[in-house]
Design a protein around this ligand. Structure first.
Ligand SMILES: [Zn+2]
Length: 312
């Protein structure tokens, strides 16, 4: 059980340019405070390396990487109404993607069966050429692409249980049949994509599963979608690596959406994924995305890591 993060991820602060921003450093402090109080649940902690620009270029054109680097180098600024990059944000984003990459390397080398990459900024809204939705680079996508390009894996399954559609990850892999992307998300909220009818494009047709749920959705619906729609498809796909785009904003206390999960719901989903992955012989890595109610976020991460760490 390996946990990756880096102090630089605390230095990215969208509140500098967008006061009152919910994606704040305190999120990571709350998570790490809760884990420290529980002796890190027995997980080994590792400092995340910076992702290389080559790794980022597995899913982002060089021009996008350069644009973000230069924006930060010149002091930073707002990219859109809710996405900000300051001077410290480039290093934070490299460490955030680097946490996901280092975790994936460790999982695929057999060092650990489960991992958690706790970086900020989050990543799943970052499209190939566009930072958006608090995200600069799509960390989980970089890690999945790295696994296939360099680590000898042919099939990666990404489950995105953040309450928002993972539009960036979906765009990055929509034409590919080597990454099975499945997202459960609240319909009708940011970013507006992720219709059930969108199942991928061209050779990627059938390798994207979008499952929007209504406001007020509870654990029962989320779990049944996971068990009855997503996992049967994943079973047929036989992934060699399972990554979770782990946002915790479907929690009932979260201020950004209206679903009604609780910390135990995330633990339950993690247990289900872990059990399925054991059948596939695949390791499982979770990559932090959203989650904006501090206590709910911390409790949900603890529940997820506890479930992932349980020996079967
Ligand atoms: Zn979210």
């Amino acid at each position: 059980m390996l946990y990756f993060s880096h102090p630089a991820c605390l230095e990215h602060d969208p509140g500098e340019g967008l006061p009152g921003h919910p994606e704040r450093p305190e999120r990571l402090r709350a998570i790490e405070g809760a884990l420290a109080a529980r002796d890190w649940l027995g997980w080994e902690r590792r400092e995340a390396p910076a992702a290389s620009e080559e790794e980022l270029r597995l899913v982002h054109p060089a021009a996008h990487v350069e644009r973000i680097r230069e924006l930060c180098r010149s002091g930073g600024g707002s990219i859109d109404i809710d996405t900000f990059a300051g001077e410290a944000s480039y290093e934070a984003a490299l460490r955030s993607a680097g946490a996901a990459c280092a975790m994936t390397r460790a999982l695929l080398s057999g060092e650990a069966k489960v991992g958690f990459a706790a970086g900020r900024p989050p990543g799943h809204h970052a499209e190939p050429e566009r930072a958006m939705g608090f995200c600069l680079f799509d960390s989980v996508a970089v890690a999945a692409a790295l696994a296939i390009a360099e680590l000898g894996v042919e099939r990666v399954f990404i489950l995105d249980w953040d309450v928002h559609h993972g539009n960036g990850t979906a765009e990055i892999f929509r034409r590919r049949d080597d990454v099975l992307f499945a997202s459960i998300h609240q319909g009708g909220i940011f970013p507006g994509s992720g219709a059930r009818e969108d199942t991928g494009t061209g050779p990627g047709e059938g390798f994207t599963t979008n499952l929007p749920v209504p406001a007020g959705s509870e654990e029962g619906l989320w779990v049944s979608l996971l068990e009855e729609e997503i996992l049967p498809a994943a079973d047929r796909f036989r992934p060699q690596l399972a990554l979770i785009s782990a946002g915790f904003d479907a929690h009932r206390d979260d201020p950004l959406a209206e679903c009604r999960l609780d910390a135990g719901s995330f633990g339950r989903m993690a247990t289900i994924v872990r059990a399925a992955a054991a059948e596939w012989g695949a390791p499982v890595g979770a990559v932090l995305e959203g989650g904006y109610a501090l206590e709910a976020l911390a409790d949900s991460v603890v529940a997820t890591m506890s479930a992932l760490g349980e020996e079967k």
